[in-house]
Write a protein that binds this ligand. Structure first.
Ligand SMILES: *Cc1c(COP(=O)(O)O)cnc(C)c1O
Length: 397
């Protein structure tokens, strides 16, 4: 059996999305800024996609700027709010320790430019509470940025409550909703956020395309200069085929939420229950306040890389917050933020289910992880020390 269980990293393009893209690759390939018919057809496709994305999210088409993906949209939101803040003499920004690097790295850069950044701690359950944000807001705060759902541990944040208090205090609020859009119901007509980031390839759309929602009246600065596309807010010939594919994927995902949320939640809980039978492990992140398809565990006495390689041998694609997979020496900043010690953060496993996941696949995942964990522990000197009492256990049996 082969199972792709890394849908938080990226997803398979859906057939619907692919079919929506083909006309703009094969026939209506014109430049949307051109006046002749084949350019105008591309232009119509672009604006039609904008309308459709807007309808899925409950905003207006004018509030959407298409970007190259989630990273660019995050950068643009932070930069836009920071520039306005600087003009008003407000150079304090609040965010959290477990944001995606597409938020954390631009914030580092802004710090270098004289902004003060407060990164809120995350509770052990992977949730940031509104009171933490309320306590951190100051007279000179220009922006709060809190992710909708975490990409590693899947925990869902109280975005409506945080947004409400930001609005009361007159502070701009951005949410990186890349993991939530297409996976949870989101209605921007109700949700009090000023900026929201989404990315096509996290909901079975194509890679290299995303969007930034900026509410009417919220400042929007251009990161990329050179043309009048996207009402002057994002230069560059529009990626019409991918934008059309993203719109189709979003319609498919949001239209199916009533069925997919309970279905995936049941599969997720089955997977969690199965893996919890393994001794000395613990679920990362809140059991209930988490994305329907996200499962993330720490196992004692396990190296994440070895786990991934052996799972790959069994046909399973998964992910770990351990050092080598992320290309740095430190384990996942998310697992450290929720208080996991280094030695167990290295032994983490993230399994994220796609829209078409089945019960049979979940059972195969459970059996395979049990097998591989037992095998690796069997040959680990570190595990032997834990069992003989030379080292203390971190988790209960
Ligand atoms: C994937 C992801 C991003 C980056 O999106 P890209 O389209 O790959 O640039 C940003 N934030 C979160 C939470 C993500 O999961």
């Amino acid at each position: 059996m082969t199972i792709y269980a890394d849908n938080a990293a990226t997803t398979k393009l859906s057939k619907t999305a692919l079919n929506a893209m083909l006309p703009y690759l094969e026939e209506a390939y014109g430049n949307p800024s051109s006046l002749y018919a084949i350019g105008q057809r591309a232009k119509e496709g672009l604006e039609d996609a904008r309308e459709r994305v807007a309808r899925c999210l409950g905003c207006t088409a004018r509030e959407l700027t298409f970007t190259s993906g989630g990273s660019e949209a995050d950068n643009q939101a932070l930069r836009s709010a920071a520039q306005q803040g600087a003009r008003k003499g407000k150079k304090h920004i609040i965010s959290t320790r477990f944001e995606h690097h597409a938020v954390l790295h631009p914030l580092k850069r802004l710090e270098g430019e004289g902004f003060e950044v407060t990164l809120l701690d995350v509770h052990a359950n992977g949730v940031v509470e509104p009171e933490q944000v309320a306590r951190a807001i100051r007279e000179d705060t220009c922006l709060v940025s809190v992710m909708y759902a975490n990409n590693e541990i899947g925990t869902v944040q109280p975005i409506a409550e945080i947004g409400k208090l930001c609005r009361e205090k007159g502070v701009l609020f951005h949410t990186d909703a890349v993991q939530a859009v297409g996976h949870l119901p989101i209605d921007l007509a109700e949700l009090p956020v000023d900026y929201l980031t989404l990315s096509g390839h996290k909901f079975h759309g194509p890679k290299g395309v995303g969007a930034l929602f900026a509410r009417r009246g919220a400042p929007l600065a251009s990161l990329i200069e050179g043309g009048a596309q996207e009402r002057g807010k994002r230069a560059g010939t529009e990626n019409v085929a991918s934008i059309a594919g993203m719109a189709a994927a979003l319609e498919e995902a949001t239209g199916g939420l009533d069925a997919s949320v309970p279905r995936l939640t049941a599969l997720r809980d089955r997977l969690i229950a199965g893996l919890e039978e393994i001794p000395y492990c613990e679920l990362n992140g809140d059991r209930l306040r988490r994305l329907p398809g996200n499962v993330n565990f720490c196992f004692e006495g396990i190296e994440g890389e070895s786990l991934l390689l052996l799972l790959d041998d069994k046909g399973i694609s998964a992910s770990s917050g351990s050092a080598c997979t992320s290309g740095s020496l430190d384990p996942s900043h998310v697992l450290l933020a929720i208080g996991r010690p280094h030695e167990v953060a290295h032994g983490s496993l993230r399994l994220t289910l796609g829209a078409d996941a089945t019960e049979e696949e979940v059972d195969y995942l459970i059996a395979s992880v049990k097998d591989v964990v037992a095998y690796l522990r069997g040959m680990s000197p570190f595990w032997r020390d834990l069992c003989s009492g030379k080292r203390p256990h971190v988790f209960e049996k």
